[in-house]
Write a protein that binds this ligand. Structure first.
Ligand code: PLP
Ligand code: COI
Length: 361
């Protein structure tokens, strides 16, 4: 399929340089948005059409819009980093595009061609390039591509009209504490996703399903929830918005993709990067009993969480109904920090990218 051209309608009211610089000095996460957004329509029988780059603005939504009622929505998250020569590169946008297609299939939505997804990301980054933070730190421009049903009606069936959008937001650290370890509540009753459900799709409903457990974790003084499988309540799956890695003396293990956890692109990158650094990295099953016993015996050296927004974040305290323990003395572990630096160095263009992951914009 050929890519429809993206028509440019530059914003008539962009922020001043001074206003933008003030935001870039302390962007936080997901609080500020750039001057433009991409909008592409899909209509049954016509396919993708009317690709536009328009001023960032609210959408006008009919109260009977099908997404509002039946949640046919999917999204992605990827980052653009400023490289040392001032150029800008996205990290593995084709991988996000393919996952977006997989999410679309699961939710009976139309698949956006990979080249159109990437062209849309390129277009907004090029237009709003001034919003990409300077090279030197960990700041980036976070892109949020997403798709919603745009048909109006209350019948329960796949919609026959959709909107694909890309918005962009300058991003600092996802966790305000920086690389400070996060505390985890290990949920033995609430689950995020079930076999045959939508756990491996990046759809808003999975995040809605996680919010109550997240609030309960916060009430227990924890930053994040770790979910177990929904059948045996035994096997560790992932956090609400990040995958997990377990660091042993001789190997690094991340939970196998069972269908009810998200196939993280950071997770996949680290499986390869760990090998580059001389570690044995593998997918495997980790039970809650093993997590606790191996932590208490000292066999499990470090645990970390990973994802686009949070990069790599060490896990410190783990709390559960069965007790509380600490990973690597509550400090960021050595392997965690080494992998974190190796990944960020590729993303920010500090080191050569042997895997072809960086995509110059
Ligand atoms: N798991 C969930 C539920 C997520 O929302 C995310 C974030 O995107 C991840 C894992 C990590 O995925 P990625 O590394 O592709 O950002
Ligand atoms: C991401 O890391 O891109 C995520 O989607 C996690 C969260 C912000 C939803």
């Amino acid at each position: 399929m050929t890519t429809p051209p993206i028509e440019l309608k530059p914003s008539s009211h962009p922020l001043s340089d001074a206003e933008r610089d003030a935001i870039l000095a302390s962007p936080g996460f997901g609080r500020h948005f750039t001057d433009h957004m991409v909008v592409i329509k899909w209509t049954e029988g016509r396919g993708w059409h009317d690709a536009e780059l328009v001023p960032y603005a609210p959408l006008s939504i009919d109260p009977a819009n099908m997404t509002l009622h039946y949640a046919q929505e999917i999204f992605e998250g990827l980052k653009a980093y400023r490289h040392p020569d001032g150029s800008v590169a996205l990290f593995r946008p084709e991988a996000n595009a393919r996952r977006f297609q997989a999410s679309a299939r699961r939710l009976a939505m139309p698949e956006l061609p990979v080249d159109l997804f990437v062209a849309a990301c390129d277009a907004i980054v090029r237009q709003d390039e001034a919003w990409v933070p300077a090279h030197g730190g960990e700041e980036s421009l976070y892109l949020r591509p997403f798709m919603i049903a745009s048909e109006v009606g209350l019948g329960v069936r796949p919609a026959n009209e959709y909107l694909f959008l890309v918005i962009a937001s300058p991003a600092g650290a996802y966790f305000p504490g920086g690389v400070k370890p996060v505390s985890i509540w290990l949920s033995e009753d609430r689950v995020r996703a079930v076999p045959g459900g939508m756990g491996d799709a990046k759809t808003g409903g999975n995040y809605a399903a996680s919010l109550l457990a997240q609030a309960e974790a916060a009430a227990k003084g924890c930053d994040q929830v770790a979910y177990l499988d929904a059948v045996e309540h035994t096997w560790v799956e992932e956090l609400g918005g990040m995958n997990l890695y377990f660091v042993y003396e001789d190997r690094i293990v991340t939970p196998t993709l069972t269908g009810s956890l998200l196939a993280g692109i950071t997770r996949d990158s680290l499986l390869k990067l760990a090998g580059d650094l001389g570690y044995t990295s593998e997918e495997g099953r980790v039970s809650i009993d093993q997590w606790q016993a191996d932590s208490e015996s000292g066999a499990l050296k470090e645990v970390f969480a990973c994802g686009t927004a949070a990069v790599i974040t060490p896990v410190g305290t783990v709390k559960s109904a069965r007790g509380e323990w600490q990973q690597s003395g509550g400090e960021p572990g050595e392997v965690t920090l080494k992998l974190r630096k190796a990944l960020l160095d590729i993303q920010t263009g500090k080191t050569a990218d042997a895997h072809g992951w960086t995509h110059p914009v």
